[in-house]
Design a protein around this ligand. Structure first.
Ligand SMILES: [Zn+2]
Length: 484
């Protein structure tokens, strides 16, 4: 079945038709490297990782490019604050970015172009735009003249006259139109700069994505992804720059945008100060749980960040990993599988799994509906556990189990939510253990051995477990380390 994709450009779902048969070009706007990325920023890294992996699973030869913005006001400000160079800040947080996405189970991109490695290409493209009279220089800055691009506003559905009208009050004197945007910024004293035909300066953010995406993927490519906040102006400007520079009608064919991560109703952002770094979150939660937490919601919709949600995802992810482990443990190491059709009595169970399997894949094909697909996966987990309980009664069980493992492996090629290290904590076992400890503590309290009872509570707190005493007894929960 064809894959259907919601395209922001058309505002509807479209069947995926590759631009060329050699490869599927996929560009995602990457991080501006001036700090650790927060968990809201992690969302596009994870959702586009899953979409890319699903396309590969479906046989497409995906070429995946993610830029690293290593020159920007934020980087310059951070460098000033820390008393180091912008390059040192960029290098430090590029390394941290690679560490964090690897830990998040995100597959590395095929290319991670850095803006500062592409200054010559960026200058060449800006020159072309100036020569075509689409851009103009003004006191060392170069601006794109939005009135020269007939389709400006096609992605964000904004009308140029409305954009201009809204900004009339604070018009920048250097610009011809208030909606014009900067391609090249003149250097201010003390800032890093590169020589250019317009004087020393540095590239604007939008042009960097146009130049680097087209360099590695061609003038027209299949997918361009990013957060919904990038639709305007960033992606709108990328289209204007790229199409004007190449004369192509299509820059990126399908525009995919992920929803925000909200915290208590507000978008998580550094400027609002309500953010949690992915690095910090991974100290408390397994990455399989963090991935599952995101994938349980559709990539285009909003997500509310909550510890309850992450705790629930932790237990759910463990259930999946444990079921997978049980399947693996049931099959003897020297087992040689036969073809399922020939040897197994394919009963109701196999047919049921096959039906769920096709529903799961159909959900993924329908605009990467991961919540629908994950729902089916957990139906499969439930049926698997039932089957395992009665497995001894079945003939040729090992062939069925072997086939099931191959299905789980298949799904995990795109979800990446099974902990195959088998190091996951079994929540039921842990709860059993905790009940035994609570009983001992209860006995100590009855015997008025307060010192030892308190010692036990403190030791558990150090291990990240909180005890809550109430008239009806004592309960335990994981300590919320994140949102204090
Ligand atoms: Zn970009």
């Amino acid at each position: 079945m064809a894959i259907k994709i919601y395209n922001t450009l058309s505002g509807g779902k479209e069947e995926y038709q590759p631009i060329n048969s050699d490869y599927t070009g996929f560009y995602v706007c990457g991080p501006t490297v001036y700090d650790y990325f927060h968990i809201g920023n992690a969302r596009p890294f994870i959702v586009f990782d899953v979409i890319r992996r699903f396309l590969i699973f479906r046989g497409y030869n995906v070429r995946y490019v993610m830029n690293l913005t290593d020159i920007d006001d934020k980087i310059i400000n951070r460098a000033k604050a820390d008393g180091v160079t912008s390059k040192e800040i960029a290098d430090r947080y590029i390394n941290a970015f690679f560490e964090d996405i690897q830990k998040l189970g995100v597959r590395p991109a095929d290319v991670y172009p850095r803006a500062t490695d592409h200054i010559n290409e960026i200058i060449a493209t800006i020159k072309k735009l100036v020569e075509q009279d689409v851009a103009y220089s003004s006191a060392g800055d170069v601006f794109y003249d939005v009135t020269k691009f007939a389709n400006y506003g096609q992605l964000s559905k904004k009308k140029l006259d409305e954009l201009q009208a809204g900004k009339r009050i604070a018009v920048d004197e250097r610009k011809k139109n208030s909606a014009d945007f900067v391609l090249w910024k003149a250097a201010k004293p003390g800032e890093p700069f590169w020589p250019s035909p317009w004087g020393n300066g540095r590239p604007g953010w939008h042009i960097e994505c146009s130049v680097m995406s087209m360099k590695y993927l061609g003038k027209s490519f299949d997918f361009h992804g990013g957060g919904q906040d990038l639709i305007f102006p960033h992606h709108e400007n990328e289209i204007a720059q790229s199409c004007a520079a190449t004369g192509c009608n299509i820059f990126a064919k399908y525009w995919l945008h992920n929803g925000f991560l909200d915290m208590k109703g507000e978008k998580m952002s550094k400027s609002l100060g309500n953010f949690v770094t992915a690095r910090g979150l991974m100290e408390t939660y397994p990455t399989t749980a963090i991935r599952l937490f995101f994938l349980q919601k559709h990539y285009r919709g909003p997500i509310d960040f909550s510890e309850e949600g992450l705790n629930a995802a932790t237990v759910t992810a463990q259930r999946l990993s444990l079921t997978y482990k049980k399947l693996k443990d049931l099959i003897p190491a020297d087992f040689v599988p036969n073809k399922l059709e020939e040897t197994a009595k394919i009963g109701d169970f196999v047919r049921q799994i096959q039906a769920l399997d096709s529903d799961l894949l159909a959900a993924m094909e329908d605009d990467f509906n991961t919540p629908g697909a994950i729902g089916k996966l957990f139906d499969i987990v439930r049926e698997t556990n039932k089957f395992i309980d009665e497995v001894a009664k079945r003939e040729d069980a090992n062939n069925v189990l072997h086939w099931l493992i191959s299905k789980y492996d298949e799904y995990d090629r795109f979800f990446g939510i099974i902990d195959k290290s088998h190091a996951g904590v079994d929540h039921e076992q842990l709860d059993g253990l905790m009940q035994a400890i609570l009983k001992t503590r209860q006995t100590l309290r009855k015997e008025k051995n307060w010192a030892l009872a308190d010692q036990l509570r403190d030791d558990l707190a150090n291990a990240g477990i909180v005890l809550e005493d109430s008239p009806s007894g004592t309960t335990w929960r994981w300590q919320n380390k994140i949102l204090k």
